[in-house]
Design a protein around this ligand. Structure first.
Ligand SMILES: [Fe+2]
Ligand SMILES: [Fe+2]
Length: 356
């Protein structure tokens, strides 16, 4: 067991075919802040957009590469199935259902998962999103100090055969929701759910490589035959918000995730600082993993490696953060480039489709 323990997610990076459309969806419709507009440091012809809370706190960050010619991605083993964002209450969640539905976005739910309630929809590129309530929490059906110890089967009324789909579909907020009100604020990543073809090997990887702990052993509540296990930063009976990595068990499947639009490119976990990042790298190399050098991403430092099922994983430092090259008040308004790309700014800007 690792002595290093990540506190949870730093960011998730997805693929967009149209940056302007992505800004409209995540910025205007979902109310997230655009905290940085820059380019992909490995491919400066592509925008790299960062959304998050006011300062782009680790755990609140959703990022997109704009690849206008990207083919359509598909989920499968070695890929992310969906990303869940946090909402404070079931009432606020219902307001989201009404706001999204009125905007023409098809929504499923709210479904009662026991430990939280879930609403599902897709972004314009096809990335599956969820809005999940903060609680009641994983100790809903097992003791807080012994989470993940036993297989816990969902109650019959939470499975497709036991729930009233008609009533769920009809449940929504009674009034239109033209503005994202304070109570509706999406407060960072709730969980990320991936599909794996080897639950045991990949679960062991998240425990050993990242120091996460098993907090729920159950089955997919939409498909009772599929094992669904949850890992998180879990200490002294407390699960840290924004740290839940869940895996669906697709043993022996031949369906592999296909990279592309509407798919997650990679997921990133938190390292405290540059010193801890060095320790993370040594730890991962010591496990026999192929790990990238420590790369300077301007706003954080990163290392990259792969889970056994192929999912690309990053560890990123909490600092220095997005205010390093522009004031907090105007984050995301101007195109920012790393120093080594500044001399070719004209060329870089000419290659990008304007988004204002
Ligand atoms: Fe989920
Ligand atoms: Fe990243």
């Amino acid at each position: 067991m690792s002595t290093l323990r990540t506190l949870g997610f730093h960011h998730i990076t997805m693929v967009s075919r149209d940056a302007r459309r992505t800004i409209d969806f995540y910025g205007r419709l979902l109310g997230l802040g655009l905290v940085k507009r820059t380019v992909n440091f490995d491919d400066p012809s592509a925008y790299h957009l960062y959304f998050g809370d006011e300062t782009g706190r680790p755990g609140s960050i959703l990022t997109f590469f704009e690849w206008r010619d990207a083919g359509q991605g598909r989920w499968g083993a070695g890929g992310v199935h969906h990303l869940a964002l946090t909402v404070s209450t079931p009432e606020a969640q219902l307001k989201w259902k009404r706001r999204l539905t009125d905007a023409g976005v098809p929504v499923t739910g709210p479904l009662d998962r026991g430990y939280f309630k879930s609403l599902y929809f897709s972004d314009p590129d096809g990335q599956i999103l969820e809005i999940a309530t903060r609680g009641p929490g994983y100790d809903f059906d097992e003791p807080a100090d012994a989470l993940g110890a036993e297989l816990v089967m969902p109650a019959e009324e939470r499975l497709p055969t036991g729930r009233d789909e008609g009533e769920i579909a009809a449940t929504t907020w009674p009034d239109p929701v033209p503005e994202v009100t304070a109570d509706m604020r999406l407060d960072g990543i709730h969980h990320i759910s991936a599909i794996t073809d080897d639950l045991d090997a990949n679960g062991a990887f998240y425990e050993e490589a990242l120091g996460l702990r098993l907090v729920k052993k159950t089955v997919n509540q939409d498909d009772g035959k599929t094992r669904h296990f949850f890992w998180a930063h879990y200490e002294d009976g407390v699960v840290t918000p924004g740290s839940s990595m869940t895996l669906f068990d697709w043993s022996n499947t031949t369906v592999r995730a296909r990279p592309g639009a509407g798919q997650t490119h990679h997921i990133a976990f938190r390292a405290k600082d540059a010193e801890e990042q060095v320790a993370w790298r040594e730890h991962l190399v010591g496990m026999g993993l192929r790990v990238s050098d420590i790369l300077d991403r301007s706003y954080f430092e990163s290392i990259y490696f792969r889970a056994p099922d192929g999912l690309l994983v990053e560890i990123a430092t909490d600092g220095p953060g997005f205010a390093i090259d522009e004031p907090v008040e105007s984050l995301g308004q101007a195109l920012k480039l790393p120093d080594w790309l500044e001399p070719s700014r004209d060329e870089v800007e000419r290659a990008l489709v304007p988004i204002d």
